[in-house]
Design a protein around this ligand. Structure first.
Ligand code: 5GP
Ligand code: MG
Length: 192
């Protein structure tokens, strides 16, 4: 079992409620954007959600099922917390970007904003592809001084500067399936 979990910061009920709110706001804003361009929502699929793998997987799965609009997914992998590290080692693209983003309304989804390097990298790369609009939605934002001053459009929760796992977030590949956002016991963390 999850013996190394210390305390729960955000419960599954709180996460579910906030994810529904975020999905509602996002879907509404995208619908307005498409309508401005005179597009029918059931028409051409111009909305692409780009989850940053692997941390954003569970958040994205829940979020998109609360968004009643036509959309597609384009995954991208960025590495910044390799292996047993619990602080950023600088962001690096580990996969190609989806290659059909020109003219699309893109929403980048990530689990957590920390130093800002991951989202800054993804944002710039997607802008360069000529997306019609780029929005950024993160479940968690750590209250820290950022290495890169990055401002996401949507934030689920602000959290203190603590290493967290669960709901997609891992430590050394584990705990992604823990259903709540939680901290780990200090004894469970190798590089402390
Ligand atoms: P940044 O590039 O903003 O420093 O970090 C963002 C990425 O680092 C996230 O996509 C996530 O993969 C990882 N990360 C940052 N903080 C945490 C944390 O507290 N726990 C876990 N598991 N991953 C984190
Ligand atoms: Mg990540």
């Amino acid at each position: 079992m999850f013996f190394e979990i210390d305390k729960v910061l955000i419960s599954r009920e709180e996460i579910a409620r906030r994810v529904r709110e975020l999905a509602g706001e996002l879907a509404h804003e995208l619908a307005v954007e498409l309508r401005k361009e005179g597009e029918n929502l059931s028409g051409e699929g111009r909305v692409v959600l780009v989850p940053i793998m692997t941390g954003a997987m569970i958040f994205t799965a829940d979020l998109i099922r609360e968004m009643p609009i036509k959309l597609s997914l384009g995954l991208v992998a960025v590495s910044s917390y390799p292996g047993e590290s619990v602080s950023s080692r600088g962001a690096r693209l580990k996969s190609e970007l989806p290659d059909n983003l020109a003219g699309k309304h893109v929403v980048i989804i990530d689990d957590i904003l920390d130093s800002g390097q991951t989202l800054d990298l993804a944002y710039r790369a997607i802008r360069e592809q000529g997306a019609a609009s780029v929005r950024v939605c993160v479940l968690l934002s750590k209250q820290v001084e950022r290495v890169v001053d990055f401002k996401p459009d949507y934030v689920g929760f602000e959290i203190p500067d603590e290493f967290v796992v669960g709901y997609g977030l891992d430590y050394n590949g584990y705990y992604r399936n823990y259903p709540e956002i939680a901290s780990l016991k200090p004894t469970a963390i190798a590089d402390r």
